[in-house]
Design a protein around this ligand. Structure first.
Ligand SMILES: [Zn+2]
Length: 308
């Protein structure tokens, strides 16, 4: 399969910073070492074009973030110090999701080993998110006429407030989020379909809610599904407050993937959050997503590798 990655996804942070910046490189290495992905399946994520970014973000926010003149209040809200390498990461991450979306339209499924930055709004970012990769990619494909209807399945433990704010009123979009009802963001922006769950929710409860909601999402008849597969519902996550196991997360991924596969809807994988202690739990959970996609899309993958 085609998966986008860039070394620029990992930037230097001050010592003791809470954001698990190392997970991107660790995930790339783990996927290759465990034989889940081959080196030739990884493609360099290029910075997104500014014109595409403007579909979802204001010119002023884009230019001020890129040149470093962005309001310090916005930088504090994002929670990661501004640097040129952080700008490069932010642009490449959106570029990776847009490239993965184009690849998914051709190949059925593709991924980006970053992205899912769903707390980014039109004029500012928050919660470690600068630009909203899924909103940009969805609006770019719609603008090109490559798709007519788009679904976002956002299973990060935090509600996709930025995505809902940017895409919410667009009749071509269906946004779906399952999240911790009492968790950040404390002011939720309504998605098309929101399912808020209690702290401590376990595998069985979570999977039942997902299985109940998915048919409603599919009735929208999307031409593409963007999957924000954040792994922060994991029980060892320090921010998630839920009790999902590794197996539960993989079953969650399977449900979304089988829905896309069965209905032949192109699927785009993005990472989303993951703050487990130890960090290897987060990395292993993201590896699980790729193990599962390889299993669900096995027939396509075999054709793909024979075709090389
Ligand atoms: Zn999250």
């Amino acid at each position: 399969m085609t998966v986008f990655y860039s070394d620029s996804y990992t930037v230097q942070l001050p010592p003791g910073h809470r954001f698990p910046m190392q997970k991107y490189r660790m995930l790339r290495d783990a996927l290759l070492e465990q034989g889940v992905l081959r080196q030739d399946e990884l493609h360099e994520a290029r910075p997104v074009a500014i014109g595409a970014l403007e579909l979802a973000h204001s010119r002023h926010y884009i230019s001020s973030f890129c040149d470093g003149s962005v309001d310090p209040k916005i930088v504090r809200r994002i929670g990661i110090p501004w640097s040129e390498s952080f700008v490069r990461r932010s642009l490449a991450s959106v570029g990776g999701t847009l490239a993965a979306a184009r690849a998914a339209l051709k190949q059925g499924v593709a991924g980006n080993l970053a992205g899912g930055t769903h707390h980014a709004f039109r004029d500012y970012g928050e919660g470690y998110c600068v630009f909203n990769d899924i909103a940009v990619a969805a609006l770019a494909l719609l603008a090109e006429g490559a798709v007519r209807r788009v679904v976002v399945v956002d299973l990060d433990v935090h509600q996709g407030n930025g995505t809902a704010a940017i895409l919410g009123n667009d009749p071509r979009m269906f946004t779906f989020s399952i999240h911790g009802q009492k968790n950040f963001p404390f002011t939720k922006i309504p998605s098309t379909l929101d399912v808020g769950v209690e702290d401590g929710t376990d595998d069985a409860t979570y999977l039942a809610l997902l299985s109940e909601a998915l048919p409603r999402v599919l009735r929208f008849s999307p031409d593409i599904i963007f999957y924000q597969g954040g792994v922060d519902p994991l029980h060892t996550d320090t921010l998630g407050r839920l009790r999902l196991t590794h197996n539960g997360l993989m079953q969650r991924d399977r449900m979304v993937m089988e829905a896309a596969h069965t209905h032949e809807i192109p699927l785009v994988l993005t990472l989303g959050g993951g703050y487990a202690n130890p960090i290897t739990d987060t990395v292993e959970a993201h590896v699980g997503t790729y193990r599962m996609v390889k299993e669900v899309f096995k027939p396509e993958m075999e054709v793909d590798s024979r075709g090389r």
